[in-house]
Design a protein around this ligand. Structure first.
Ligand SMILES: Cc1cc2nc3c(=O)[nH]c(=O)nc-3n(C[C@H](O)[C@H](O)[C@H](O)COP(=O)(O)OP(=O)(O)OC[C@H]3O[C@@H](n4cnc5c(N)ncnc54)[C@H](O)[C@@H]3O)c2cc1C
Length: 432
């Protein structure tokens, strides 16, 4: 079998890339081992930059019909006596429109919508379930479909198979990896009516995040210490309910919808980054290239955003007859790597700040959060960078801003640091 682009892995990264390519009439095969759309929770928060890209793909209306929008996240710090020592709000509305909000849509739903769209294109082939096992010679991949072995030859082979990528191993690129001193429990259940915004509640040793899903449900993430999961599971569920209710009392009567430990998933944060995303005609996207601490809800967004850049680049290479010039693939890495690094650092910082325990540490965290949230420049920078819409670097002056509050119109700075189309796809003016 032959194709132009072979994508290993039909996650959000692989599906987004495939869609970008078939829209440019390029032949694509996806190989996905899971016969379903995924049975475990893998993220739901969609950041503003991803919303912009879905709009560019012509999918905004389709997604809007399904997702739940929110623009505010409240952050609360509770003392040992359960009284608030911080209660503030951060809002995406500080950003210029139209993409000044975030949304929630289950991962499997996102994949379903992308796949539904892909299946309308003739140049798309979906091999599912099918398992990629190895690269045999240069650009030939060995795929197992049931008991059958199929060889697929492709001009480009894309590793989009997540953290354990075999394509990455074949490329021989090196990977830096970091684990954390904590894990998360995650589960969703019906939400109390008053929960309309995101909520982050922390104490000196605990953290609970609540994010409103479609259908009046709530996604919850709860920080536990590394290795505690076994102990938690051996306790009655009442203890789990009590923890949730003590941090956010309106959950009483709702968290009890969870009736078995098997419904609660363990989420193990990991930070991983390859030194190269591209080698010859092999390219890595999504978690195969980078995975981030989940505190800022960015992994899925980085995967979609990277697939968008690579899809645009490959589309342009074919359109201008440059499909044999693999040197152009470096453009993808040049755009994406520094953006990924900066989001990765922000997510890591979130993990460290909430991962440490102790009353003194909590006091410092609450003070720092208060200074950040009360300073319009700092807060706008933070939300802008998290949104993915642009990158406004933190600077030496920010140390002074931490002490003195600042205000005023920031539209000029936001427009300067916003990623424009020519920043997302900078090769366009040079590729002929
Ligand atoms: C519990 C959890 C919560 C998360 N929460 C968020 C969040 O709120 N927001 C956010 O932005 N991100 C979140 N993330 C991160 C996000 O899920 C990932 O960053 C994102 O799914 C990466 O997409 P991907 O397509 O690169 O990889 P994946 O989603 O891992 O997809 C890879 C696909 O490749 C397939 N595959 C693997 N090996 C093979 C093979 N040999 N042959 C064929 N197919 C193969 C797999 O079955 C899978 O479908 C979360 C992750 C987890 C685990």
């Amino acid at each position: 079998m032959k194709t132009e682009v072979l994508i290993i892995g039909g996650g959000v990264a692989g599906l987004t890339l495939a869609l970008k390519l078939v829209k440019r009439k390029i032949d694509v095969v996806i190989v996905e081992k899971d016969p379903t759309l995924g049975r475990t929770y893998k993220g739901e928060l969609i950041q503003p930059k991803t919303i912009q890209l879905l709009d560019r793909l012509g999918l905004l209306q389709l997604f809007q019909e399904q997702w739940n929008t929110f623009s505010t996240i409240h952050t609360t710090e509770l003392s040992k006596e359960n009284t608030p020592i911080l209660n503030q709000a951060m809002s995406y509305q500080l950003l210029p429109g139209p993409y000044n909000y975030a949304t929630m849509l289950p991962h499997s739903q996102i994949k379903k919508l992308l796949l539904q769209e892909l299946l309308t294109y003739e140049s798309f082939t979906n091999l599912q379930p099918a398992v990629f096992s190895e690269i045999k010679k240069d650009n030939e991949a060995v795929i197992r479909i049931g008991k059958e072995k199929v060889e697929i030859q492709a001009r480009f082979i894309i590793g989009a198979e997540g953290v354990g990528s075999k394509v990455r191993k074949h490329m021989g690129v090196s990977v830096s990896k970091q684990t954390y001193n904590h894990d998360f429990l995650t589960v969703s259940f019906p939400a109390p009516k008053e929960l309309k915004a995101g909520e982050m509640v922390a104490t000196h040793d605990r953290f609970l995040g609540l994010f409103p899903l479609p259908n009046q449900e709530v996604r919850t993430v709860y920080l536990i210490r590394k290795g505690e999961f076994k102990k938690w599971r051996s306790e009655p569920l009442q203890q789990f309910y009590d923890h949730y209710i003590s941090l956010y009392p309106p959950l009483d009567g709702y968290v009890q919808h969870i009736q078995a430990w098997k419904d609660i998933q363990l989420m193990v944060p990991i930070r991983q980054h390859t030194d190269r995303y591209v080698k010859d005609s092999f390219v890595l996207i999504g978690d195969a290239a980078h995975s981030v601490h989940p505190m800022a809800g960015e992994g899925m967004n980085l995967a979609i955003q990277g697939a968008d850049v690579l899809g645009e680049l490959l589309g342009d290479m074919y359109e201008t007859g440059n499909q044999d010039q693999v040197k152009w693939l470096e453009e993808y890495e040049n755009v994406r790597k520094k953006r990924v690094k900066s989001i990765m650092d922000l997510s890591h910082m979130g993990g460290v700040v909430y991962g440490k325990s102790g009353v003194a540490w909590q006091r410092s965290r609450a003070l720092a959060l208060k200074q950040l949230i009360n300073n319009k420049v700092l807060l706008t920078k933070y939300i802008f960078n998290i949104s993915g819409l642009g990158h406004w670097p933190f600077s030496f002056k920010d140390g002074i801003r931490f002490v003195h509050s600042s205000d005023g119109d920031l539209s000029e700075q936001l427009s300067r640091y916003m990623f424009k189309v020519e920043d997302d796809y900078p090769w366009k003016s040079r590729m002929r």
